[in-house]
Design a protein. Structure first.
Length: 166
């Protein structure tokens, strides 16, 4: 099998990263997805766990509409300064180090940045996914990394209980 897989019926291209997880999805506009294209995206997500869509121009409502195709959305957690940053859109959470003219953060995490975490894992039923949409990307740094718990589990020796069902 080649490193790039194409879904002919959906007209999109899925290019695996070659790492334990992740693929880039090319040739689509997330604002105008047909059912066949979304089925291809869903299949790619199940196969690769993390998907990258470059060159998208989404409004907040476009992002919410695309996200809802995966299922019901959770409301974003209350931000540390106690504000709902995106009025009327409780599904959105802004991560930013930008300050407004009054010196107040426009988003959360700021220059402190987040350390290793899993999004909302403290909830009894955590969300099945998170969508990240970058509006501004620094020329260097600012990387987001992902880990595959499937790959971690599969790499455990059998004597550690891998493969046993509880």
């Amino acid at each position: 099998m080649s490193s790039a897989a194409t879904s002919a019926r959906a007209g999109l291209e899925v290019v695996p990263t070659g790492a334990a997880l992740g693929a880039e999805v090319r040739g689509i506009d997330l604002r105008r997805l047909g059912e066949a294209e979304f089925a291809g995206i869903l299949k790619a997500w199940h196969a690769h766990a993390v998907l990258l869509f470059r060159g998208q121009s989404l409004t907040p409502d476009d992002l919410i509409d695309f996200s809802r195709r995966f299922g019901a959305l959770d409301h974003a957690p209350v931000q540390e300064h106690g504000q709902s940053i995106v009025a009327g859109r409780p599904e959105l959470y802004i991560v930013s180090n930008v300050l407004d003219d009054a010196g107040k953060p426009i988003g959360s995490l700021g220059n402190g940045e987040a350390v290793w975490h899993t999004d909302m894992s403290y909830l009894p039923r955590p969300p099945k996914a998170s969508m990240l949409y970058a509006l501004e990307i620094p020329p260097m740094g600012g990387d987001t990394h992902f880990a595959s718990m499937y790959a971690a589990y599969e790499s455990l020796p059998r004597r550690c209980g891998r493969g046993r069902r509880g």
